[in-house]
Write a protein that binds this ligand. Structure first.
Ligand code: AMP
Length: 965
């Protein structure tokens, strides 16, 4: 209850005649007060009015009057009249303003006063005695309303003949005070006109609170009390109620996700709130909560723990423990990711082949282990085990994972999947088969086991074959034979394939009828044709779009205009150029070695450290000190102990081949050690090792022009080999070596074979079957072994792709068979990232199906030279063209001697001729290092010669059609 006093009354207005008197008196505590008294009890017909000044009602509709008064008991007054009263009347008169100004008694006697009540004393007293004796003071309260007709009112006290004193009059109204209740604020509200009235007050939510139900109301009753709350507010999300009916912001590290009465809670695991009033705790990096998850839910699981591996040959079992935080959900599963890695200094990895098998699976594993099989032998892998739940895929961060590195062991080759009958006679049949899916090494040979079906395996025969095909002879006519085959690598034999039944012809049938397509006599030729048939079959099965996500389809040949590249042979293959001699044409291979390679005294060779493993034994770094020369670094290839005579012959054949070459972009042979053990091949040392791993180590670090420079070197080396009619057959970035000046040199002549197709030795030819580097090899070479310089150009295109993609594996993880099929269907590798279009066009030119349409190596060299000279614009003149103006006229120069005279450098003639620089085509390949070797050490001379070399190259290029660039 709250009440309010109206302002103190300044005075009462006394009527005339002044029957009420203002006198000093005492209250019950004997304090002096002013009172109004009237006591006309000895005269009849009294009607005495006491009027208050104007009272502003201040919007109050009901006003209360508390009157403190004393009344004399009529009976106690001697000889009082019968008209003596012990009561008085209370009146009020509403108006908008004070009515007291200038109004006489007449006005007041007729004014429309409304009576409130007749007030009687509860107590009266018999004797007026202010001398400290008991005084009976009455207090009465009356109220009146509704007040509506004016801003205020006058009160009037009517005395009809009593003897009384008014000690005090308090005038007030009642209101409900402003209040905060149910998180809503209600303003001060005056009570209604009647004491029973209920006045509605609308509430408004306090700060950080929101309406829960509307409308929000409280009722103010006639006594100034709030009652009947309706609706309420409550603290909004991020705020909690505190005792004092306010909404407090959630402190940091806590949150409240909903509106209402609850309190702030600690952030769930793996989440945090960094500011006050959080409605949600954000997941920490690497964790995520799904849309349908509750804010109090834990974020997605953390990584699994305790990942262990057990490697068994080419399988591995991985086991792990569940993550510490499994997330709140019941749907925790594991995914296993597999990457195959190069175990060089910096592990570079690519995703595993599709053929890798996961048991029970690679995704959605509920258990804590997986067995992974069909991995490659001797290969490094990285496995990532991820803990995933239903919301992980929404995570912007990678799933939490634990990784493990393993290396597989040596393993035997996997099964040969199928065999095909190529042809049959009454006494023999010829079979072919694809290599096992997992050779796990280089296949040395195959073993074929077969027996007459009727003998039930009692008399089985075994034959060996160097390649994926064999002719079984000495068979009985019209008989069924069950045949199995298995492959052998250094790790031993794989398991035998499933038995397959093949029949010989019955006697008398014409053999030709049963021969394979083409009916070539040569067993190998037939094998090839079957391979072709198989490819054709696969092709029809595969939809064209299968490769579309990785490769692009390019139409070549007849449909699209192609650029033809007239050979440069007139300019390059001058009659003086040597022709390469196949060491295998020598009856005694030692003779070939000594023809082409210098025998070195092993005492001149110092072995320092292992560089890597070659096909026949370790490769070392070492130093060579030849008599009369400075010691210099070399690479030393060794033949490991226990070799066969054939292995020694193959090993040394590389030296015999290398020794025939002398060109700055071909690895240079220093010599061989054959007269003592170990047998060694000693070559110049290439500080940066193999190009593929060198690029992977330096991913993205070279300007394009530098890569083009490296490619130019390789093309130049290949041009030289092609000129010598040498076909490399295994041109790939892994077989290019890089020295400290980033000069690239072609190496690895182990697999390389002579230009003409060698059909004289079928055993040897088919032994290549498992060795074809499919991704690098032209389709005609895969299909029917048509290895030519044009197929080397195809490989050169792949090398260009490898270089521009910094050592990416061509066709990534596609299987060999898919690569073959894709190429057949005109799919080609797309341009690597950041590769200029002209270079990709060069690759596509190299990959034309029609090998005659491919550019020749001299074309490639001049294309690349043109790019180097004039890299970014085809129209601006080459800076070298400007340099040429001051250069000597070379138009009449036709020999090295002429050229040196034109340059006034004849002092170097002997050195040039002595080093075999005897043709202008060799001059165009000279580099600074070559000049140093030739004894041209003065920088000015080097510059003069190299400027001339460049202008000669330009001269040649300007005559070659390179408009496609
Ligand atoms: P290869 O069997 O010829 O491929 O040699 C095996 C590895 O030995 C190569 O991948 C190179 O890393 C390294 N290697 C071979 N020849 C040289 C060389 N001349 N200079 C430096 N490293 C070499």
């Amino acid at each position: 209850l709250s009440s309010s006093l109206l302002p103190p009354l300044p005075s009462f207005l006394l009527f005339h005649p002044p029957t009420w008197e203002e006198v000093s008196g005492y209250d019950e505590n004997l304090n002096t007060i002013r009172t109004y008294q009237v006591c006309n009890v000895f005269e009849p017909s009294q009607n005495n009015w006491l009027l208050t000044t104007y009272v502003d009602r201040r919007a109050a509709q009901r006003v209360y009057v508390e009157i403190r008064f004393t009344v004399r008991d009529c009976a106690s007054i001697p000889s009082v009249l019968g008209s003596c009263k012990e009561t008085f009347n209370l009146y009020y008169l509403e108006s908008d303003h004070s009515l007291s100004e200038g109004r006489g008694v007449e006005y007041w006697t007729t004014a429309p006063f409304l009576k409130v009540d007749t007030i009687a004393a509860d107590e009266s007293f018999s004797q007026v005695d202010f001398g400290g004796r008991l005084m009976k003071v009455n207090t009465e309260v009356r109220s009146f309303g509704p007040l509506s007709r004016g801003r205020g009112f006058h009160l009037a006290f009517q005395d009809l003949g009593a003897c009384m004193s008014l000690l005090a009059v308090r005038v007030f109204y009642k209101k409900c005070p402003s209040v905060v209740q149910n998180f809503a604020f209600f303003p001060e509200t005056l009570t209604g006109a009647e004491s029973t009235s209920l006045v509605i007050a609308r509430g408004s939510c306090i700060a950080s609170a929101e309406e829960l139900d509307v409308p929000i109301k409280l009722y103010c009753n006639g006594d100034g009390e709030w009652m009947v709350p309706i609706g309420s507010c409550s603290c909004k999300a991020g705020y909690e109620p505190d005792k004092a009916n306010v909404c407090q912001a959630c402190p940091q590290g806590t949150f409240k996700s909903f509106q209402g009465a609850g309190l702030c809670q600690q952030c769930p695991p793996n989440s945090l709130s960094t500011a006050e009033a959080a409605t949600l705790c954000g997941c920490r990096n690497g964790y995520y909560r799904g849309d349908v998850d509750k804010p109090e839910d834990t974020c997605v699981p953390s990584a699994p723990r305790n990942l262990v591996s057990v490697v068994n040959e080419t399988s591995v079992v991985l086991e792990w423990s569940p993550p510490r935080d499994t997330g709140h959900r019941g749907d925790l599963v594991y995914n296993v990711l597999c990457r195959r890695c190069h175990s060089s200094e910096r592990r570079t990895c690519q995703s595993c082949e599709d053929s890798v098998a996961f048991s029970p699976g690679r995704r959605g594993l509920r258990g804590d282990h997986v067995e992974i099989s069909k991995l490659r032998a001797h290969t490094a892998y990285t496995f990532d085990v991820q803990a995933i739940n239903g919301v992980s895929n929404k995570s912007p961060y990678p799933a939490q994972q634990l990784s493990i590195n393993i290396t597989t062991n040596q393993a035997a080759p996997s099964l040969v999947p199928i065999m095909h009958q190529v042809s049959s006679t009454s006494r023999s049949f010829s079979l072919s088969w694809p290599p096992p899916e997992q050779p796990n090494g280089i296949i040395l040979d195959y073993e074929i086991r077969f027996y007459d079906k009727l003998s039930a395996g009692v008399n089985s025969s075994v034959v060996q074959s160097g390649g994926p095909g064999a002719v079984l002879e000495g068979l009985r006519p019209g008989t069924g034979y069950l045949v199995q085959v298995r492959a052998r690598t250094v790790a031993g034999y794989g398991a035998f394939s499933k038995e397959m039944l093949f029949h010989t012809l019955t006697d008398g049938k014409r053999e030709e009828d049963r021969r394979g397509v083409g009916g070539k006599k040569n067993g190998f030729g037939r094998v090839c044709e079957v391979i072709l048939l198989l490819l054709g079959y696969r092709r029809r099965q595969l939809k064209e779009s299968v490769y579309g996500d990785k490769l692009q389809q390019y139409t070549t040949g007849g449909e699209a205009p192609t650029v033809t590249f007239p050979t440069m042979s007139d300019g390059h293959s001058s009659p003086g150029v040597k022709i390469y001699i196949d060491p295998f044409t020598y009856e005694d291979p030692n003779e070939a070695v000594h023809e082409f390679a210098k025998e070195i005294d092993p005492n001149c060779v110092k072995i320092e450290e292992v560089l890597g493993a070659g096909e026949f034994g370790e490769v070392y770094k070492g130093r060579l000190k030849l008599v009369g020369k400075k010691e210099f670094p070399v690479a030393i290839k060794t033949l490991k102990a226990g070799y066969s005579e054939r292995q020694r012959r193959d090993f040394l054949s590389e030296a015999s081949i290398m020794g025939q070459f002398d060109q700055p972009n071909i690895i240079r042979l220093e010599g061989v050690v054959t007269k003592s053990r170990p047998t060694m091949i000693i070559t110049e040392f290439m500080e940066n090792g193999a190009l593929d791993s060198f690029l992977r180590r330096n991913d993205g670090t070279f300007p394009v022009i530098q890569l083009v420079g490296m490619l130019r070197g390789i093309a130049s080396g290949m041009r030289y080999l092609a000129e010598m009619s040498y076909v490399h057959r295994d041109l790939a970035a892994r077989n290019i070596l890089v020295n400290s000046n980033l000069v690239c040199k072609v190496s690895d002549f182990g697999l390389s074979r002579y230009l003409e197709e060698d059909t004289s030795d079928p055993t040897y030819t088919s032994s290549l079957g498992g060795k074809i580097p499919v991704r690098w090899t032209a389709p005609e070479a895969i299909a029917y072994r048509k290895f030519t310089s044009a197929s080397d150009v195809w490989s050169y295109g792949i090398v260009t792709w490898e270089v521009m993609s910094y050592g990416e594996r061509p066709y990534w993880d596609m299987s060999n068979q898919d690569v073959i099929n894709a190429i057949e269907q005109d799919f080609r590798l797309p341009a690597p990232m950041d590769c200029p279009l002209v270079l990709h066009q060069l690759m596509l030119d190299c990959w034309q199906k029609d090998r005659n349409a491919r550019p020749k190596f001299p074309d490639l060299v001049s294309m690349l030279d043109k790019m180097i000279r004039n890299p970014w614009s085809r129209t601006t003149p080459s800076p070298h063209a400007l340099l040429d103006r001051g250069a000597p006229d070379l138009s009449s120069v036709s020999s090295v001697e002429d050229w040196l005279s034109a340059l006034k450098m004849t002092q170097y003639r002997d050195s040039f001729v002595g080093s075999g620089i005897n043709s202008l085509s060799l001059i165009t390949q000279l580099t600074t290092e070559d000049l140093q070797r030739l004894g041209v050490s003065l920088a000015g001379h080097q510059k003069k010669i190299l400027t001339s070399v460049q202008s000669m190259r330009d001269h040649i290029d300007d005559q070659s059609p390179t408009e496609s660039l």
